[in-house]
Write a protein that binds this ligand. Structure first.
Ligand code: HEM
Length: 441
């Protein structure tokens, strides 16, 4: 097999019109319900799995040049090259201009759009604040935030659990974990961030105005009041230089919990609910029974993220030059890791269409699956996200009989190409005893 080739023009056109355009319309930073539901319903190949299969059969190579809009981009399908890109990020493979422009509109000093010394310092601050091993009290803090959010928005008052409820619950959790009790009045800050992100979706004509200033004034005020044990409390104690820009790191934490995690947890809940054996294992964990230490529940969440990666394309811009496979990439070129296509690639992983939570026990780190990224610039909030997600799922399945009302999923079939959270609905009622509980009664 050749290592590098160029995609025929027709394939390049098809990629841009049939796959990239729908992603842009759905919203790169903040998802738009209308377009997300529209494509989930009407797109025959929403993750581009079929497109990739045909492209690879045509090109016979693991590195394929294609134009992404006007930008010359190398699509990488080899595990070795993916590992190289992610371990040389951001030194050689840095953020692309589009991400810098879009994210720069609502968090200009964020680590994810930084390079060089600035990236190193901001990264250290993020790792210090978000690490569960360095901040053991954070798990208790996160558990409290989940319990408090569920008390504040009781399941019993909701005839159906839909996106609006999940969005509010995870907004409460985010504000609580980040600021502690002072954050509980921070919904205006959350709202401002969502509006700014919605605007950033368009990438152009972005002028920072009143809302931007109000958003950061709100964040600064909450940072000053934040509880010692909260995430913001940790960064307040950290020694920061002018380059670190602590407050600019907070928007990423806020949207990652209130939007990204909420979306992923909802999909995990749907996939668990339709598999009786999985639901029983999660329920047992939620009730403190069974043998799982939480890793199975985390595996469920990882599987939902693998099947439906919320960062569908990992894009980097080359700084300097490098060699991937037999392909030379130079300054300004783009490289793309198309997670949406790769995660269900049969040549790369065994049974990729199966929801298999134990996969993550067998191989906890895996460069083939990059929904949380990997390497030097991987997601520093990974452990925290998995912990909050697993605590929430354990509460739900431990406390209620959770039934997926919409969409209809057939557990004997591979999960569908898209799982739209905006039309999804659950019913949660008083819980039945599990199989183990029945046997021991
Ligand atoms: C299920 C939830 C989450 C998912 C799917 C997720 C996914 C990702 C991915 C794919 C990246 C790499 C993006 C890229 O390189 O283009 C990333 C980076 C990052 N994530 Fe997460 N994340 C999640 C939760 C969190 C949480 C809860 C936090 C913090 C509280 C967080 C903080 C960050 C930060 C600061 C970066 C940038 C790291 C850097 O550039 O060095 N994430 N995340």
């Amino acid at each position: 097999m050749r290592q590098t080739s160029k995609a025929p023009l027709l394939y390049q056109l098809r990629f841009n019109l049939k796959y990239l355009l729908p992603l842009i319309l759905q919203g790169t930073f903040k998802r738009k319900p209308f377009w997300s539901s529209f494509f989930a319903r009407h797109h025959g190949d929403p993750m581009g799995v079929e497109f990739e299969r045909r492209l690879r059969a045509r090109c016979h190579s693991s590195h394929i040049w294609m134009r992404m809009l006007t930008k010359k981009s190398l699509f990488v399908y080899s595990e070795e090259s993916i590992e190289r890109i992610l371990t040389l990020s951001p030194a050689v493979y840095a953020e692309p201009g589009s991400k810098r422009r879009g994210m720069g509109y609502f968090m200009p000093g964020a680590v994810t759009i930084s390079r060089g010394r600035e990236w190193a310092e901001r990264r250290r601050l993020n790792e210090n604040a978000l690490s569960l091993s360095q901040n053991p009290r954070l798990t208790r803090w996160a558990e409290r935030a989940v319990h408090h959010a569920l008390e504040r928005r009781p399941v019993s008052l909701e005839p159906m659990l839909r996106w609006v409820w999940f969005e509010r619950v995870f907004q409460d959790i985010a504000l609580d974990v980040i600021f502690g009790p002072p954050g509980r009045n921070g919904s205006a800050v959350s709202h401002d961030l969502r509006v700014l992100m919605l605007k950033a979706n368009r990438f152009v004509f972005l002028r920072k105005g009143k809302r931007f200033r109000r958003f950061f004034a709100g964040l600064e005020a909450l940072l000053l009041k934040a509880d010692e044990e909260s995430l913001a409390g940790v960064i307040r104690r950290e020694e920061v230089t002018g380059r670190t820009r602590a407050v600019q790191q907070i928007p990423h934490w806020l949207f990652a919990i209130q939007d990204t995690l909420a979306e992923n947890v909802m999909r995990a809940m749907a996939l668990i609910a339709v598999q009786a054996e999985c639901a029983d294992r999660v329920r047992e964990h939620g009730r403190g029974a069974g043998e799982d230490d939480g890793r199975f529940v985390e595996g469920c969440l990882q599987e939902a993220m693998r099947l439906y990666p919320t960062t569908p394309l990992l894009v980097r811009e080359v700084v300097g030059s490098d060699v991937l496979g037999d392909s030379v990439v130079g300054s300004g070129d783009q490289v793309v890791i198309p997670s949406m296509m790769l995660h269900r690639n049969r040549a790369l992983a065994e049974n990729p269409d199966r929801f298999d939570p134990d996969r993550w026990r067998r191989r906890p780190r895996d460069f083939r699956f990059n929904h949380l990224s990997n390497g030097t610039q991987d997601c520093p909030g990974k452990a925290l996200a998995l912990f909050i997600g697993r605590t929430f799922l354990a509460e739900m399945f431990g406390g209620y009989a959770v039934q997926l009302v919409r969409p209809t999923l057939d557990a004997s079939q591979p999960p569908p190409g898209a799982l739209d959270v905006f039309t999804m609905a659950f019913r949660a009622s008083a819980s039945e005893p599990t199989e183990t509980e029945r046997k021991t009664q």
